[in-house]
Design a protein around this ligand. Structure first.
Ligand SMILES: NC(=O)c1ccc[n+]([C@@H]2O[C@H](COP(=O)([O-])OP(=O)(O)OC[C@H]3O[C@@H](n4cnc5c(N)ncnc54)[C@H](O)[C@@H]3O)[C@@H](O)[C@H]2O)c1
Length: 323
């Protein structure tokens, strides 16, 4: 158990969004419609873009909830319960997430210490890629407690996985209990050994319902999950609706102290030999951020795959200057 509560200042609930591109603006729109925040501050070094988004969102208020929305700067992170970081470059067609590291680490060295200085009590929620490496960088550069630095991690991959499994099994995605863990990226790991529908392991469900569950079919479902971003980016240039919904889900569980289990990235210590890096595991989140990282009992192949994922992240972290 890590989190100390409460973390945020009394008064109107403020959420700061840094980076007003596809992901940041879609998240801000979803947040406004949810009514969860009383204040939403939009920050981008392209000030005109943030101003335009603020105007457009303000014109949404009469259809939504009374909310103060403005284009601000890093000073306005003060008092925010959650600061969502979506600033930076994304993957271009054919690029991996890890390819974005140098450009985005440079932005992190500039903005993260300032955010922490203005807002020492809030939670940082990182979405920019490579999200696990930048969550680790945010932890080091902000010097905030580990419970208050969270990456969206594999929340999106888990959602894609559950959707694709739901199509195969003909069951509501919300009734599919399955997680993707590790890196949000090419080395991510499906936890087949614990995946279930109503507590029934997938091979049992298949046998009893006459559905095919052979290795090749399951492998295809995982590959479509893992490679979804490449397929979407090739077609529309970026992905943003599902990640924005995932960021909303994380923000909601924090602001409403819901103790929800979500696969998010945070500092992992002493887990199957993995130590001192950020990656995703199912995690209980409350208003203090990370309450508890759940230590799954993985089979041997899953343990090996997770260590491989951790090694890849460690190599990328070693290439980043965090001073
Ligand atoms: N974690 C996930 O699951 C997930 C999913 C989709 C995209 N992403 C990542 O989110 C990031 C943003 O993607 P996008 O499509 O919104 O990109 P985008 O190019 O549309 O927007 C990025 C914004 O960041 C702003 N920016 C750059 N430097 C800044 C700074 N120093 N301060 C403030 N703002 C700054 C830019 O002006 C731009 O408006 C990318 O790294 C992308 O890979 C993550």
């Amino acid at each position: 158990m890590f989190s100390e509560t409460p973390n945020h200042a009394p008064g109107p609930v403020r959420v700061a969004v840094i980076g007003m591109g596809n992901v940041g603006s879609t998240f801000a729109y979803a947040l406004l419609l949810s009514g969860l925040a009383a204040e939403i501050v939009l920050i981008d070094n392209n000030v005109g873009k943030a101003e335009g988004e603020a105007m457009d969102l303000n014109h949404t208020v009469p259809f939504a909830h009374p909310t103060r929305i403005w284009s601000g700067d890093l000073n306005d992170c003060a008092g925010a319960a959650v600061t969502v970081l979506t600033a930076g470059v994304g993957q271009r067609p054919g690029q991996s997430r890890l390819d974005c590291i140098q450009a985005n680490a440079k932005i992190w060295r500039d903005i993260v210490p300032k955010i922490a200085q203005h807002n020492p009590d809030g939670i940082l929620l990182v979405a920019t890629n490579p999200v696990d490496v930048l969550t680790y960088a945010a932890l080091k550069l902000s010097r905030l407690p580990r419970s208050r630095v969270i990456g969206s991690g594999t929340i999106l991959d888990t959602s894609r996985f559950r959707f694709l499994l739901s199509q195969h099994f003909g069951v509501d995605a919300r009734s599919i209990h399955a997680f993707i863990i590790g890196e949000h990226g090419d080395s991510e790991v499906p936890v087949w050994s614990l995946a279930n529908i109503a507590g029934m392991r997938l091979p049992d469900y298949c046998r009893l319902h006459g559905i095919s569950c052979d290795d090749a079919t399951m492998r295809k479902i995982f590959e479509a999950t893992r490679d979804a971003a490449y397929s979407i980016i090739q077609r529309k240039g970026a992905t943003y609706y599902a990640v924005a919904a995932g960021l909303m889900r994380i923000t909601e569980t924090i602001l409403r102290h819901q103790n929800t289990v979500l696969s998010v990235s945070s500092l992992i210590e002493d887990y199957y030999g993995i130590d001192g890096i950020c990656l995703s595991l199912p995690t209980v989140l409350d208003r203090g951020g990370v309450r508890q990282v759940l230590r799954l009992e993985l089979d041997e192949q899953e343990q090996r795959n997770l260590r491989h994922s951790a090694d890849i992240l460690k190599q990328t972290i070693s290439k980043v200057n965090l001073d």
